[in-house]
Design a protein around this ligand. Structure first.
Ligand code: HEM
Length: 545
């Protein structure tokens, strides 16, 4: 039995990696090797060596008080052809990008409010108990689904839809599939949220929404991959930059993982738990992680005007992620009724994740070395830097959490929740915020109207997540020791965490306020009148068309 399962897992693994390799190899057209190309491909003719930061007007100072400034790319300067091409590419993706990013912000706000309510319930247990729809068991999954499938997934898709045409130097083809996907996605999430609050769930974490509704999300996920293939077919570049590898893989993996995780009636009991956590971790590892890493590989070099330090290392990082991340999920079930070899394999794969992280860190550190001062002035870079550092932080923490002795102490504690927020918030969400500060001025052809609000957003979200993480980490460790000591009554292991849970609520409120500021600023940006320069280039573009 063990041999059969192992054989099928190995077969699926080899087949999926081979298929992915074949897909990427097929992109190396015109007889070029897939490794042919380098990090300079993301720069236009005169862009290398110049900073690009749409949230800042004018050149970036290299250091406070320094006379030397970093020259910036001016979006509306260059040859007429260059401007027209750039504006046409950004305009082609505008509708689906704005739709996805607006929806993402809606779900972020809704999910944050749900998160605050759930958090308050930990230390005010009688809060909102008279209404069954607002009880802990219902609002917690609403929070989770809103922030994972609403905020994270939709923000990721929105940014990818803007970046793909940029990477492929061609206009987005099939944007209407993406726009329809966004509508379908929102309908599915609204139905799912309604089903959860009315008590219709599948009762598994990350898989709460009933499978009938999930069919809509699978279709929406598949529809958003259509523009990927259509645009790839029309691309004007020969080589696919490493971010494109991450995005293509994520867009292909998502519907497949989502389908397997949601097939009804096949798995029961312990098998169901295995599939549940294979799915839960792959949604993080093979969907949101590649999107965020791909964004970091594009935006950090782009803002600094420097090409990636080692392009080959970035590709090794990609393959290592594809190879090792897919089997780490079972570390959520260590000590459970799961075959020992499966648990051991997940621990080994979790440790091997150090390879892609090291590759990523070497590249990011080398790009930023000597240019740290730009971080002070560039909002995109500021968010991205935190996100990139926390990719390493969350992954290394995850590696240690998978080791049996550590897992024994922290498994059923708040420590795990702190880890989840380090990954999905400090890493992924921060990268998305940084990306959105870059993308939105480009698609709306307008500038952020109140730069001070960007600082408020940054500091409130950073201080909020820091407090959240530290408070819950301490709570989790104390709780773990108390639970492991048979002489301590169970209730004491709960009481010891209360002050930290109160701190978590304060942290969550800070994060929620930062999200509201961001959403209001986004609304102000959309409503703002176009600047004269942008009007000029838009009319230039119209004349050309
Ligand atoms: C983008 C923002 C956020 C993301 C991506 C996110 C993600 C998550 C995830 C993945 C979980 C499941 C954790 C686990 O089971 O290990 C979770 C649970 C939770 N989150 Fe968030 N979250 C976000 C914002 C917030 C905010 C602002 C609060 C406010 C305090 C919050 C409070 C909670 C609470 C109370 C739980 C339940 C913890 C438990 O059951 O012990 N989250 N969140």
């Amino acid at each position: 039995m063990d041999f059969t399962i192992a054989f099928f897992i190995a077969l699926c693994f080899v087949l999926s990696i081979t298929a992915l390799f074949a897909f990427i190899w097929s992109l190396g057209n015109k007889g070029k090797s897939i490794l042919h190309g380098d990090g300079n491909i993301i720069f236009g003719e005169h862009e290398l060596g110049k900073s690009e930061e749409p949230a800042i007007d004018g050149p970036l100072p290299l250091a406070r008080g320094s006379d030397t400034n970093v020259e910036t790319v001016n979006y509306h300067r260059g040859s007429e052809d260059e401007i027209n091409e750039r504006v046409a590419i950004d305009t082609s993706s505008r509708l689906p990008v704005v739709m996805f990013l607006t929806s993402a912000l809606f779900w972020l706000i809704l999910g944050s409010f749900a998160g605050v309510i759930v958090s308050l319930k930990f230390h005010f247990p009688d809060l909102l108990v008279s209404n069954i729809e607002l009880t802990f068991g219902r609002i917690r999954p609403v929070h989770l689904n809103a922030v994972v499938y609403g905020w994270s997934a939709m923000a990721g898709v929105g940014v990818v839809l803007w970046l793909l045409p940029r990477l492929l130097k061609t206009e987005l083809v099939g944007g209407r599939y993406a726009a329809s996907s966004c509508i379908l996605w929102n309908i599915a999430l609204l139905i799912g949220a309604y089903q959860i609050v009315t008590g219709h769930t599948q009762g598994m974490e990350f898989l709460e929404v009933p499978w009938h509704t999930d069919i809509l999300i699978i279709f929406a996920g598949a529809m958003v991959a259509v523009p990927l293939f259509l645009t790839l077919a029309q691309r004007k570049t020969e080589h696919l930059y490493v971010s494109g590898w991450y995005f293509s893989a994520a867009l292909i993996w998502f519907p497949v993982i989502f389908f397997i995780g949601n097939v009804p009636g096949i798995f029961t009991g312990a098998e169901q738990a295995i599939v549940n956590w294979w799915f839960g971790h792959n949604i993080l590892g093979l969907w949101v992680t590649p999107i965020a890493v791909g964004c970091a590989y594009y935006f950090i070099p782009k803002v600094l005007g420097v090409s990636v330090y080692s392009y080959r290392l970035s590709l090794i990082g990609f393959w290592a992620l594809a190879l090792f991340y897919s089997q780490v999920g079972i570390h959520h079930l260590l000590g459970g009724p799961v075959p020992m070899w499966l648990q051991t394999m997940s621990i080994v794969q979790s440790v091997m994740m150090l390879i892609p992280i090291t590759a990523f860190l070497i590249n990011m550190y080398s790009i930023l070395k000597g240019r740290w001062s730009v971080v002070k002035y560039s909002p995109t870079l500021r968010f991205m830097l935190i996100g990139a550092a926390m990719y390493a932080g969350a992954s290394v923490q995850g590696t240690f959490e998978a080791i049996r002795s550590v897992n024994y102490l922290v498994h059923f504690t708040h420590y795990t929740v702190a880890h989840a927020h380090l990954g999905l918030y400090a890493f992924f969400t921060m990268i998305m915020f940084g990306a959105m500060y870059f993308v939105l001025p480009r698609v709306t052809q307008s500038e952020w109207p109140y730069p001070k609000l960007i600082s408020w957003h940054f500091w409130l979200s950073l201080l909020g997540i820091s407090l959240y993480f530290v408070a819950l980490t301490i709570a989790g460790i104390k709780q773990g020791f108390a639970l492991a000591d048979p002489s301590i009554p169970f209730i004491e292991s709960m009481k010891v965490t209360i002050p930290y849970l109160e701190l978590r609520s304060i942290a969550g409120i800070m994060m929620t306020v930062s999200h509201i500021i961001f959403a209001l600023h986004f609304l102000a940006l959309i409503m703002k009148k176009r600047t004269a320069a942008h009007e000029q280039s838009a009319s230039l573009n119209l004349k050309e068309a």
